[in-house]
Design a protein around this ligand. Structure first.
Ligand SMILES: *Cc1c(COP(=O)(O)O)cnc(C)c1O
Length: 380
């Protein structure tokens, strides 16, 4: 198929999210600009309240500059730093690991379950019982709800509670997903959410937010994000600068009103892809029982990735790879970042085989049908 009229369907399209709410977003931006107050004002406070209310479960929300900082701020707020290890995964955005090193702690990278791509709960249990030698004590765990699907939090929480350490949920990809009927981000000690433009809840620039049911922790982190100020110009503790600006907060208040519908649309698109793949050579992505997936990414797994990618590209369908190189094999981290006993073997294998299809609520029915037709073609 090489019709010159064929338009490419991009794998992600943050501009479509803006256009879908353009009038409301433009009005919100104008309101923020007209206010004459640009950092940590009414819009930011209102976004924090509205986001916490949307999460429910007694959560307090604190806005910050980006999702990486949200993780680092939680670690700082919990007193995690040098001389401590934080267990997380290598199959993630590098941001998760970067945040651990930002506070001076040592990341320990565990392997994943090959079906859900989330942290191997058994390996976590085993490293908490029997930590790898030569490492500082493990003082926190950061599982990542990758692609919009819950980790196996039950046994992980049991293990972290037994060890008396916090479990921090990396919710950068799972705004609105649930496990056992509870929203992700409300189950662990605290949660970090990226508001990067392509995320399920995306700003039109950088942004992040974190949440916790612990009011005291939220208050401490709110001070840490601005130089440790509780009183203007007076640092009551050492802090950083990681603030959410008023324009982004105003935009996010509008975007938040479309999040649940956007997630429902993502699930409907996922169901259409599932149907198109049925009976073909590539299985639809696994769903964890008792969890509601929000499909930040719809991820296929195939040993013929390059060929599948090329076939889809020939039909005008963009794809992505999340992520092509695991963190522990990237040159900045290679040969110096400790791994769990499984050696991240499943992680390395997955990175060779994962392929993300186009996924965003603004995909039209016609575009979804075109993608489904191309998926059905893969069986031929
Ligand atoms: C996007 C992302 C982050 C980092 O968010 P930024 O806002 O880009 O700093 C962290 N963890 C995961 C899993 C992500 O996908």
């Amino acid at each position: 198929m090489n019709a010159p009229t064929m338009t490419m369907i991009p794998q992600a399209d943050p501009g479509a999210g803006y256009r879908a709410q353009k009038a409301e977003i433009d009005a919100a931006v104008a309101r923020a600009l007209d206010s004459g107050w640009y950092i940590l004002g009414k819009e930011g406070a209102a976004f924090e309240q509205e986001y916490a209310a949307w999460l429910g479960a007694g959560q307090h929300a604190v806005g910050c500059a980006n999702g990486t900082d949200a993780i680092a701020l939680i670690l700082r707020g919990l007193g995690i730093g040098p001389g401590m290890t934080v267990a997380t995964v290598s199959h993630t955005a590098v941001a998760t690991v970067a945040a651990v090193e930002m506070v001076g702690a040592t990341p320990l990278l565990l392997d994943i379950d090959p079906d859900t791509y989330t942290m191997d709960a058994d390996e976590l249990v085993s490293v908490l019982e029997d930590p790898p030698p030569g490492l500082p004590p493990i003082k926190a765990v950061i599982p990542v709800h990758i692609y919009g699907q819950a980790c196996d939090l039950g046994p992980m929480l049991e293990a972290t509670m037994a060890a008396g350490i916090p479990l921090i949920e990396d919710c950068a990809q799972c705004h609105g997903a649930t496990l056992g009927g509870r929203k992700l981000g409300t189950i662990g000690t605290a949660a970090a959410y990226s508001l990067y433009p392509t995320k399920n809840l995306g700003a039109l620039g950088d942004g992040g937010v974190l949440s916790t049911a612990d009011a005291e922790l939220a208050e401490r982190i709110a001070a840490i994000r601005q130089y440790g100020w509780r009183e203007r110009y007076i640092s009551s503790m050492v802090g950083v600068n990681s603030r959410l600006d008023e324009v982004q907060a105003a935009i996010l208040r509008v975007k938040l009103t479309a999040l649940d519908a956007g997630n429902a649309r993502r699930r409907a698109i996922a169901a259409a892809y599932d149907g198109a793949l049925a009976g073909g050579p590539i299985a639809p992505p696994a769903r964890r029982a008792g969890a509601e997936h929000v499909f930040h990414q719809y991820v296929l797994r195939t040993e013929d990735r390059a060929a599948v990618q090329a076939k889809l590209k020939a039909q005008g369908i963009g794809t992505g790879v999340h992520y092509p190189v695991p963190v522990h094999l990237q040159s900045a981290y290679k040969d110096r970042t400790p791994l769990g006993p499984a050696g991240c073997a499943e992680t390395a294998k997955a990175s060779q085989e994962v392929l993300s299809l186009p996924m965003y609520p603004e995909l039209t029915d016609a575009q979804v049908e075109r993608i489904c037709a191309a998926l059905r073609d893969l069986a031929r």
